[in-house]
Design a protein around this ligand. Structure first.
Ligand SMILES: [Zn+2]
Length: 124
């Protein structure tokens, strides 16, 4: 079976951060400047398949990358998101955590944030 992320994990030029169990790379189709994906080295499908160590390493990656992104892009906020399963919108069946820098004015009304995964349910 071919997996986009299993292939990318071994392309060192794409990797912007790495620890024991996860790597990070810029999203190929960024929704904002600095949109990063954090990807476990082990092929697992969802967050619920991750080990405690992998979850801890994801968190370490998020914190380190936030510092890097703050210094480079100076965002005003962040969304952190995971699509788990086809019904949620997952399209690459290898766990990846989106770390999405947000900027004041990047959308007309950001209120509700990740609630927008179901269009029409974001505003309340
Ligand atoms: Zn994979």
């Amino acid at each position: 079976m071919t997996c986009l992320f299993c292939d990318k994990i071994f392309k060192k030029e794409d990797i912007i951060y790495e620890n024991e169990t996860v790597v990070a790379l810029y999203d190929q189709y960024p929704v904002s400047k600095g949109h990063v994906l954090i990807v476990p080295k082990r092929h697992i499908q969802t967050y619920f398949d991750a080990s405690f160590t992998e979850k801890t390493d994801v968190d370490q990656a998020i914190m380190t990358l936030k510092t890097m992104l703050d210094a480079t892009y100076h965002p005003d906020g962040y969304n952190i998101g995971i699509n788990n399963g086809i019904a949620s919108g997952q399209s690459i069946m290898h766990l990846h955590v989106h770390l999405i820098p947000r900027y004041v004015g990047d959308t007309l009304n950001p209120k509700g944030g990740v609630r927008g995964v179901i269009p029409g349910k974001q505003s309340y």
